[in-house]
Design a binder for this molecule. Structure first.
Ligand code: CMC
Length: 369
């Protein structure tokens, strides 16, 4: 039989509609519910963007106050989740820890199998509220430090940094962190979001979908790239080593992490905004050497291959400057993208069809034992 047309990796295949975000590689734009992400990053806080992704509209003052109160009420690390994390070795990858923690939350929630919109919105808000404590505590225990309880007087990002480091950094750092959360929040049918939708399409529960999505995000071709970028920076050392390092890496046919994108071929629309935040951090922490390395590698790679940086390229060094361990970078992405994942889970559940594609068999012909 003739082989039907196969699009490896579903490249270019449109599998469903969505009203959550629009990626337009031609105009290099990304819209969340119609709003350009750059505008949201410049004028809104991450809490407002999370609300927007779920509800389709930005919150008014009363809605925002109510939403913020719900988020603050859900910040503390629950004892059973802490106990589960403490059972895991500190050598476990933080993505494995976050994945396990979400699984524990799902197994402990009596409403897990209630897939109504209201129940899923409530679960989404509580996961959004709970993830910072999980990510922050896991990094602290690795460093031999104690849990830092949340502070109710702080916004999401300031509190996240406070729980991570035991102090609130200067506002420029909080702002850069908040921008990264907004930029990472949503990106249409990327691999992890699609994973969440596949799981939801079987009428499984929201926590199972998020747990699966975390597994998909971990890989270096997807979210794991922000961690991989920093490892490359460590390997190269300083700007002067970029050319010989790149010669060797390309000769070995290595993928240069933080560059390239399945959808954007002329540059990632989120990069200029995150790069501007990285520039403020470089100035704040007085690390011009990092900026030089950043520019040297991207300049050289773009010139040689014409492949542009993606969001993970500026966000990796930004999280490094804030003081995060390299292996914590992708869990930070989880804390943000959980908003997009859950928006898609709710959308998928509202107009569901089981996602079950076909394959073309190319194994041995029928035979008999
Ligand atoms: N380094 C070296 N070569 C590359 C890279 C890269 N980063 N990206 C693409 N190429 C080459 C690739 O080898 C291929 O060359 P050839 O045609 O000679 O075989 C060509 O460009 C097309 O690439 P592709 O892998 O077929 O394209 P894709 O759409 O399947 O890949 C990608 C997209 C993101 C998987 C890929 O660019 C990549 O592996 N990048 C590095 C990992 C990374 O930064 N991922 C983060 C993605 S964006 C944000 C996120 O999800 O976190």
């Amino acid at each position: 039989a003739p082989v039907p047309e196969i699009r490896k990796g579903l490249a270019g295949v449109v599998v469903d509609t969505t009203a959550i975000s629009k990626v337009n590689p031609e105009t290099n734009s990304l819209l969340y519910r119609g709003y350009p992400v750059q505008q949201l990053a410049a004028t809104k806080r991450f809490e407002e963007v999370a609300y927007l992704l779920w509800h389709g509209e930005l919150p008014d003052a009363a809605e925002l106050a109510e939403f913020r109160a719900a988020e603050r009420a859900g910040r503390a690390l629950q004892p059973n989740v802490k106990a589960a994390i403490d059972l895991l070795p500190t050598t476990a990858h933080p993505m494995d820890v976050v994945r396990t923690a979400v699984s524990v939350i799902g197994a402990s929630d009596p409403t897990t199998d209630d897939a109504s919109r209201e129940a899923n919105l409530a679960k989404s808000t509580s996961l959004f509220a709970a993830l910072p404590a999980i990510v922050a505590y896991d990094q602290r225990r690795r460093r031999g430090e104690d849990l830092v309880p949340p502070r109710d007087d702080l916004d999401y990002s300031a509190n996240f940094l406070h729980m991570s480091f035991g102090e609130v950094p200067d506002q420029v750092v909080v702002d850069a962190f908040d921008v990264s959360m907004i930029l990472y929040a949503e990106h249409s049918f990327n691999a992890s979001t699609f994973t969440a939708r596949v799981i939801t399409s079987t009428l499984s529960d929201l926590y199972s979908a998020v747990t699966g999505a975390i597994g998909a995000l971990k890989g270096p071709l997807h979210g794991g790239a922000n961690e991989a970028v920093m490892r490359i920076f460590d390997e190269i050392g300083d700007a002067g080593n970029v050319v010989p390092w790149l010669d060797a890496a390309l000769a070995e046919k290595r993928k240069i992490m933080g560059f390239g994108h399945r959808v954007y071929k002329n540059g990632d629309s989120r990069v200029p905004t995150m790069k501007a935040s990285l520039d403020t951090l470089v100035a704040h922490y007085d690390r011009p050497d990092l900026a030089e390395l950043y520019d040297a590698l991207s300049g050289e790679f773009v010139e040689r291959k014409g492949i542009h940086p993606n969001l993970d390229y500026p966000s990796g060094p930004a999280y490094h400057l804030m003081g995060y361990d390299t292996e914590t970078f992708t869990p930070l992405f989880v804390a943000s993208r959980v908003t997009g994942w859950t928006a898609h889970i709710i959308e998928q559940a509202a107009s569901n069809a089981l996602i079950r594609p076909l394959s073309h068999y190319d194994g041995v012909d029928e035979r008999h034992v």
